[in-house]
Design a binder for this molecule. Structure first.
Ligand code: SF4
Length: 347
């Protein structure tokens, strides 16, 4: 009878001292193994060359570091890499590795599917299946990180599939390991949690001790329209989201980003820009204007000139913004394009 392999990241890190007994390792081997996983971000035992060959063989036979398999990778013309990951129960999520000449960002998923029902996003199309565990979130990070040609990762953004604040316990547990000095030792300031805007969870995140960035997807300054664009926002007023954003800033002293996806002839007009500027003019926020990535859904990308005018109107009220041209759109790795099923690789 085949016995199931032990997944090391399922063991809470503070219990790794007990791994010798759990996995039959001598104490100093645990430190070596931890160094390979947390410092060198390795997830393949056969490459852990400071471990004896017989130990590597034993580990290969009995354990997995994270148990996540890369089912498919697609590389975009701009070097963005989208990876479809198979979890142990065969569910699929996607994560994206984005590069500029100066930095590298990993975009991670927090749920299989999404319940928030944004009408412009394909991740929400098939609904919600389940939360990712902390171990699966970390496994996603390791599965991607161990594929990189060089170790530097500047940012981790929880902007993939799912609503991170509806899986906050597991997201915070994963962040604790990502930033812990004895673990991945990643800078908190390089981590962004992105939410559709759930006021009480935003405050909970701020009170959790998280010292990273918050991004709130607003997408329109008008309540009625927001209920159309974000189905789950029915009972969440824009003012209550902005109040929570102010509280987040007061508690953490970290700036908040407002995400605004520009949809042609929907929310990209001058009236929208003026109303958004009025809402945000006295807040410490930066606005990310996102050029929409077209999918099979009915929305269209707004014109460059409309985006520039929108930005100018915000600037007149002193609201800072950036126009973000999403990366990886030729492999459907852009915002709102992540899926939970296989799409044909283009490269
Ligand atoms: S945009 Fe984000 S919150 Fe909305 S459905 Fe897509 S994954 Fe969920």
């Amino acid at each position: 009878m085949m016995t199931e392999k032990r997944v090391l990241l399922d063991t809470p890190p503070e219990q790794w001292g007990e791994l010798p007994a759990l996995a039959g390792l001598e104490g100093y081997r645990v430190k070596q193994l931890r160094d390979w996983i947390f410092k060198k971000r390795a997830s393949d035992f056969s490459k852990m060359t400071t471990l004896s060959k017989s130990l590597r063989d034993d580990l290969l036979a009995s354990c997995l570091v994270h148990g996540i398999e890369i089912a498919r990778s697609a590389r975009s013309r701009d070097k963005t890499v989208k990876r479809l990951l198979r979890l142990r129960d065969n569910e699929l999520v996607e994560c994206v590795d984005m590069q500029t000449p100066k930095s590298r960002t990993l975009c991670l998923s927090t749920q299989v599917g999404c319940a928030m029902g944004c009408t412009f996003c394909v991740s929400g199309l098939m609904g919600f299946t389940r939360n990712l565990s902390a171990s699966e979130i970390l496994g996603q990070f390791l599965a991607c990180a161990s594929e990189l040609p060089e170790p530097r990762i500047d940012h981790i953004v929880f902007m993939g599939m799912g609503e991170p604040l509806l899986n906050l316990t597991n997201v915070l547990e994963a962040i604790r390991v990502l930033v812990g000095e004895d673990y991945f030792n990643f800078a908190s300031r390089g981590i962004t949690v992105s939410t559709i805007g759930i006021p009480k969870m935003i405050v909970q995140l701020a009170k959790s001790g998280f010292k990273g960035n918050l991004a709130i997807s607003l997408h329109t300054p008008f309540e009625d329209e927001r209920r159309e664009l974000v189905k789950s926002a029915e009972r969440i007023g824009i003012e209550s989201i902005l109040t929570a954003a102010r509280e987040y800033f007061d508690l953490t002293h970290r700036d908040v980003t407002i995400e605004y996806v520009l949809l042609r002839d929907v929310n990209d007009g001058e009236g929208h820009a003026r109303a958004l500027a009025n809402l945000l003019e006295r807040m410490r926020v930066h606005v990310n204007l996102i050029m929409y990535n077209e999918t099979e859904l009915r929305y269209k990308r707004c014109d460059d000139s409309a985006a520039t005018s929108f930005q100018e109107i915000l600037a007149r009220k002193g609201v800072h913004s950036t126009i973000r041209r999403s990366k990886g759109t030729d492999v459907s790795a852009g915002c709102g394009q992540l899926r939970r099923y296989e799409t044909p690789a283009t490269h």
